[in-house]
Design a protein around this ligand. Structure first.
Ligand code: SF4
Length: 445
């Protein structure tokens, strides 16, 4: 994802360009970095080649993400104009900062989360800023520019207290630190959008880390959902750890009018989940899904799964396939296991490793099965009346589609040009894979 985050270049003003890689959480960080750079007197450039400062906000989640981050750094370095500086921040900078600074001399500044990026513009830029050397401020509380879409991500916590076997995030993002509810609500009010998408590494645990002394009574997920829902038309929750999905949380989500559940399942086989150092098993997961559908039969469900985790047997894989078939989720993402240094899984024996070709074969099998289910579920909506939030350009989404993650609704008819941010009523007249086609009938009912 990339783009000027706001505005145009004023004559002779120093300008910046931010290129963001990775997940929605990183996108929020980039918006806050943009807010900070603007507060420091810089303006958004229209192209990377015009900027005085190019910032690459990297991702280090898996090997492929790290490779993409490095390729992007090199590409943007080639694109920059004479005298422009290049700064690298984000997960890869945090995790492999020193190596990066040494291996890529074209980079002027490698900086951990929350570092000032303007030193890159100095005559003799700093090579690497460690977290310990950072000024004392919290990246989470930085202002962000007004949203350019009718929806926006809002990050409510940073870090994670869990220790999933495959995941290196807690090792470099640290333990969970939740924002105060008041700060989140202030940001929601400033954004002035129709839809807020709440994100955190482990969203359902929001507020659990706030000590009893500082914890306000309302700094918990249920209150967060209720308070945000009272301010915006739609609130959507991403990354819910399944064992934290209580009945109360299910009810709170359904009550917002956006019955969308993004369950971070990763697998369903009990022995494999234990080796992943995660809770849960198929029976319990199925029960949770049943509970959601019993209170909201119209609920949309998404999840993601890892294929080829060390020790995954044919039996584990068959169990996952049968679960996918039975659960009929609306959306699912599949990823092959990536061995990450410093994780529990990295220390598992060689005999347990699943050959990459086999992991890819399993991924293809799961994807094929899920694609058919997704297409079927989408086709079942033909004829239905939909409430669509217009994103722009004859495009929109119902509560069933998370922005930039799931399918979209293509709008036709006289009202298809409705303003971004408005809600229209549309009749679904067709489906194409993950997308729907709908004829606009009028404004919001
Ligand atoms: S819940 Fe697990 S996978 Fe998610 S960030 Fe925390 S440790 Fe990583």
């Amino acid at each position: 994802m990339q783009g000027p985050l706001t505005g145009a270049v004023a004559p002779r003003a120093r300008s910046f360009w931010i290129h963001t890689l990775g997940c929605p959480k990183n996108e929020v960080d980039s918006q806050k970095l943009a807010g900070r750079l603007r507060a420091g007197g810089l303006e958004a450039a229209e192209k990377p080649g015009e900027a005085d400062l190019i910032v690459v906000n990297t991702c280090a989640f898996i090997e492929a993400a790290r490779a993409e981050s490095i390729e992007t750094i090199i590409e943007l370095s080639d694109l920059r104009r004479d005298g422009a500086r290049l700064a690298v921040t984000g997960c890869l900078a945090e995790r492999n900062g020193e190596e990066l600074a040494e291996a890529l001399p074209e980079v002027d500044l490698v900086a951990g989360f929350g570092a000032e990026l303007t030193p890159a513009l100095a005559a003799a830029p700093v090579a690497f800023l460690r977290r310990q050397e950072l000024p004392d401020f919290d990246l989470l509380e930085l202002p962000r520019p007004p949203a350019s879409a009718p929806w926006a991500y809002v990050k409510v916590a940073e870090g994670c207290d869990r220790r999933c076997g495959f995941c290196a995030i807690p090792s470099f993002r640290g333990p969970q630190r939740s924002r105060a509810l008041a700060s989140v609500l202030e940001e929601v009010d400033r954004l002035d959008v129709s839809e807020v998408v709440l994100v955190a590494q482990d969203l359902a645990s929001y507020g659990g880390d706030r000590s009893s002394a500082s914890r306000l009574e309302h700094d918990r997920i249920l209150d967060l959902v209720g308070a945000v829902a009272a301010r915006v038309d739609w609130v959507r929750l991403l990354y819910l750890y399944p064992s934290s999905l209580t009945d109360e949380l299910v009810d709170a989500v359904v009550a917002t009018g956006v019955p969308y559940f993004d369950l971070s399942l990763q697998h369903v086989s009990r022995p494999l989940l234990r080796r992943m150092r995660r809770f849960g098993e198929r029976g319990r997961i199925t029960e949770r899904i049943g509970r959601i559908r019993s209170v909201a039969p119209e609920a949309a469900l998404r999840s993601s799964f890892i294929l080829g985790y060390p020790g995954e047997t044919e039996q584990d894989h068959d169990e996952l396939l049968s679960f996918i078939e039975e659960a009929e989720l609306d959306w699912a993402g599949f990823f092959t296991f990536s061995r990450e240094a410093g994780t529990y899984a990295d220390g598992l024996t060689e005999e347990l490793q699943v050959p990459e070709a086999l992991a890819l074969e399993r991924l293809a099998e799961c994807s094929e099965l899920q694609d058919a289910i997704t297409a079927r579920r989408r086709a079942s909506l033909v004829g239905a009346e939909l409430t669509v939030l217009v994103d722009g350009d004859g495009r929109g989404r119902t509560y069933r589609e998370a922005p930039e993650i799931d399918g979209i609704v293509r709008l036709a008819g006289a009202g298809a040009g409705a303003a971004p941010g408005s809600f229209v009523t549309a009749r679904c007249v067709g489906s194409e894979g993950p997308d729907l086609l709908a004829e606009v009938e009028g404004g919001r009912p």
